[in-house]
Design a protein around this ligand. Structure first.
Ligand code: ZN
Length: 136
């Protein structure tokens, strides 16, 4: 299959990667500490992966969720796998707060207001260090 946008190196920082997956920090002005775990090859559905690889993938997602829970302490963490626009399985891991721009809707629903979030460099470093050290 031809290369798509997600086959290329992302514009956003890669926090960790191996031969199968990568963790990318998404630059969204309204949602700090928002990450995406991407499967590097073209595979569309979770059930198209070998069982072992499914577990490996979800473990990467859970490490990212844990990092967000420990160091950013949101009111809720959303895990979402949509993939309607790309042939790569990927999981969005999104910290949510009761007063964020879309709560209780998804971040892709109608926006209720527009406020930027700003995470401190200290917290951001702790998150990213935890993720890369836990996965290495
Ligand atoms: Zn691709």
């Amino acid at each position: 299959m031809d290369k798509c946008d997600l086959c290329l190196d992302p514009v956003n920082p890669i926090i960790w990667k191996n031969s199968k997956f990568r963790v990318v920090e998404i630059d969204d002005p309204s949602y700090s500490a928002y990450y995406r775990v991407e499967y590097i090859q073209h595979i569309k559905e979770m059930t198209d992966l070998d069982k072992d690889v499914r577990i490996e993938l979800m473990n990467v997602v859970f490490v990212v969720e844990s990092a967000i829970k420990i160091f950013y302490k949101p009111d809720k963490i959303n895990l979402a796998s949509l993939g309607n626009l790309t042939p790569h399985i990927h999981w969005h891991i999104i910290p949510r707060f009761y007063n964020d721009n879309h709560f209780p809707g998804t971040i892709w629903s109608q926006q209720k207001k527009f406020e930027k979030t700003k995470i401190s460099d200290h917290t951001r470093n702790k998150l990213n260090t935890f993720i890369s050290e836990s996965l290495n």
